[in-house]
Design a binder for this molecule. Sequence first.
Ligand SMILES: Cc1ncc(COP(=O)(O)O)c(C=O)c1O
Length: 429
Amino acid sequence: MFADRLQRLGTENAFKLGDHIARVQADGRMVVKLNMGEPDFDAPIHVAAEAKAQIDNGNGHYCPPAGLESLRQAIARQVSETRGLDVDFRRVVVHPGGKPSIAYTMLAYVNPGDEVIYPSPGFPIYESWVTFVGAKTVPMRLRESDAFAMTADNLAKLITDKTKVIILNSPANPTGGLIESKALAEMAEVVCEKAPADVRVYSDEIYENIIFDGLEHASIASFSGMEEKTLIASGHSKSFAMTGWRLGYVVLPTIEEAEVFKNFNINTISCTPPFVQEAGRVALESPESAAVIAKMVSAFDERRKFVVQTLNEIPGITCVMPKGAFYVFPNIAEACESIGAIEAFNNLSVEKQEKSSPSTMLQMFALYKHGVATMDRPSFCRIGSEGEHYLRLSTAADMEQLREGLSRLEAAVSDVAGFADFVAKGVPS
Ligand SMILES: Cc1ncc(COP(=O)(O)O)c(C=O)c1O
């Protein structure tokens, strides 16, 4: 029934894990959910008030497909000020959430066989679209020893004359890694020297406001020769805790490319709800927003310190301190070994191995038997991830839940007999 191309489309397991969580809850057990990537805050009150007023005023009709000029102007100003650029608002395209521009980028620039470089571990939707359009996947391995930041050296090794798109993400999901200014400057040089002239860099900056330790957000678009090659993507989901509002945007290198993205909007979503866009404009422009963001970031900061310290006290787990976003990405290699997950994985049939990993088995065990939901390594760009043993925990939960979740995880990784029994009965998939 289905088209062949469907086999090449991936998914985002953070959403799919919901079915497993529901099964555990249906057994009457409470689950501590550390799996979802959304702030546990609500949209700022002044932003919600604007949306309500807009609805009351009847601003709920079709509107321009590229986005309202008022919002596109506000985005152009914000991006210009924060990245030291001079962005014409006609280069801005608005869409629902941060995902559409990932798809549009693949559809607009990449032919089958072209190469796309993307971070791994990385946001799963990158790899999903790269394979969907039939491109050659070129995962850039992020190393724990580099605090999961991309480096110019790593990038240089992957660029060829077939490289069409390079995806960057800083601060990053799932690792919290940050590419600091100096590294971005070096990467910009590498791109200008080594990549084909028409290469495009998709710079996913959706966590731009969630950065710790006094570090600052930087964009590769700010460096010499890069504005004309870079798509700057961001949105309101993370910075303003507006995940369900669906508001994202991208700044294209040229107006001509923005017209192509506008046409993708026309062909798919027509337009983004205008009352959401006006509220999103207020989020960007209101002087009240900075304090709301600062409060949220300070909560994430306190939690990441607590979570990293607690994880490092659990035998078999080590965790580097993230510099941004609201995730931690502990190394669970020793825990996988000591609980028997490596051996159990090696005993699986090749068919089952393709859909699992030691971290997946431990993730399922922690959820089904100890009531804590986390994400496994293969959920963040699977290709070539064999032998890497990590979990992602979201710190978008209050301290009480984090404390409880970590204590459940600690109980899980030392429950050798429970794990053997769980595996013997068959790990749910
Ligand atoms: C790196 C990254 N890019 C894009 C998105 C998509 O965000 P949205 O919910 O606005 O579609 C996410 C969401 O988790 C993300 O982590």
